[in-house]
Design a protein around this ligand. Structure first.
Ligand code: SF4
Ligand code: SF4
Length: 187
């Protein structure tokens, strides 16, 4: 994976908190910060686990996100989505936007709405995601809907995003399954 030159995680630890990790060498339930996290980032960064070395959010790897999108600052963890992409798209991958901060506030922000408008109008597969309760899978909905296109045309994107958020908040979140054991770093 190619990374954006000059960009580093700094003291962001968002991806060490929200995803479930289920690997032989490390396990962690979603919504629980890894016990190796410190205020300055990963305490074992140089020797961190392979799964940790292999993951970078889209802020680190996709050049459409500017500095302000750093997940711990923006409240949004963008990630490259490879599943659920319809054949109607020219692209085989999309962008997921996981709301890890104040979700209701984020969808009201103009910079966030502008990103959605640009992506949808350029036929980029976009997904809005909300972490589930601790130990559960996240919920995700597509933003490339007729309703969103109509909302863009009418200038009501905020309402459409709030509608998508309402669906996510009412989601029947499935428990995350952890099959490995031996090094549970959940806190
Ligand atoms: S969410 Fe992105 S910026 Fe934050 S620690 Fe993970 S890879 Fe780094
Ligand atoms: S070990 Fe992995 S999950 Fe834990 S803090 Fe370090 S990078 Fe994050």
């Amino acid at each position: 994976m190619e990374l954006i030159p000059g960009r580093s995680c700094g003291d962001c630890t968002v991806c060490c908190t929200w995803p479930t990790i289920n690997k032989p060498e490390i396990q962690k339930v979603s919504g629980s910060t890894c016990r190796h996290c410190t205020a300055g980032g990963c305490a074992i960064y140089e020797t961190r686990f392979p799964v940790c070395r292999g993951f970078y959010c889209a802020w680190r790897s996709v050049d459409i996100f500017d500095e302000g999108w750093r997940p711990d600052k923006s409240g949004v963890m963008p990630y490259v989505e490879t599943e659920g992409i319809s054949e109607n798209f020219d692209l085989s991958t999309g962008i997921g936007l996981m709301l890890v901060g104040h979700a209701g506030k984020i969808v009201r922000q103009r910079w966030f709405q502008d990103f959605i408008i640009t992506g949808v109008m350029n036929n980029v597969p976009l997904f809005l995601s909300l972490p589930g309760p601790r130990g559960h899978q996240a919920a995700t909905v597509s933003l490339n809907t007729e309703e969103m296109v109509e909302a863009i045309r009418r200038g009501t994107v905020k309402d459409a995003l709030e509608g998508a958020l309402k669906i996510l908040r009412g989601w029947d979140y499935a428990p995350a399954v952890i099959t490995y054991s031996g090094n549970d770093v959940s806190t």
